[in-house]
Design a protein around this ligand. Sequence first.
Ligand code: AFP
Length: 312
Amino acid sequence: MPLSKRKRLRDFLYDQGVDGALRGLINEIGEASKYISYAIDTTSLGYSGSVNVYGEKQLALDVLSDEIVSEKLGMCGIVKNMASEEQENINSAFLSEPGEYSVCFDPLDGSSLVDVNLAVGTIVSIYPGKQLVRPGREQVAALYVLYGPRTTMVVGLPSGVHEFSLDAVGSYTLSRPDIKMKDVGNIYSPGGSRNQYLPAHKDFIDSLLADNYKLRYSGGFVPDFNQVLMKGGGLFTYPALKNAPNGKLRLMFECNAMAFIVEVAGGAASNGKQRILDIEPESIEMRSPIYIGSKKEVARAEKMLAEQVSSD
Ligand code: AFP
């Protein structure tokens, strides 16, 4: 199909009945992602000399990506509050009136993979109003951008999950409408070190192996989850570990957005005990174990973890 005939992001959102402010916000994030995509190709891969609020060294790319998203969102006149995984405080500096939405984002998740030329991503949760520390079920939209062989944006709306691809003239155009998850798949993406697995999680992973699930793991949450979503089934997990009882991934900056997307697509997302989207966040930086993908795999994990607890 000629480029000029493909459905552009802004037009598709309009056809989906998305309100003007939310359309504008999603497009602003799309604009920011174009600069991040360019920065990945051109910025040095060294460290910036700074650390984030968790004491983790920041790559120059981490800082630059965060600046790009923060400036775009701050100046768009739509965002009331925003929180970045790379910044210490919720940023209300651009408090805008009426500012219909607030945003949590991870500007460049998996950034340490850029220097080995693996795919990385931007993850965004969008909430109505100004409150940010709240359950993920209150999101009105969520999206991620995947910087891989192609740059794609997957947008989760209450009405459906849709993929857009960045084309040769710099427009996001619809490439996969209405993405759906099957109830069961055949790939699994197991984060964390096996020697740190808790017994029930080890039994769960071994049960997938026994059922001939194929291992697909790059170390990047965005590409690894995207593979499960686009293959239509399977499971990504980053569990509670002996040395990390709450896992590694951040609830507000990483898990909630993907959980919203996977549920709209017909899948499920759990911390092993409860639905990710129902977790009441204790703080904006809290971590959560995650089992996300097809319903049957998530249910199997919850069942095996519960049996472990009852037998303890
Ligand atoms: P970085 O953003 O520090 O590279 O971590 C990426 C990540 O948070 C997530 O994208 C991966 O799923 C997970 O870490 C991989 O962690 P392991 O390296 O422990 O498997």
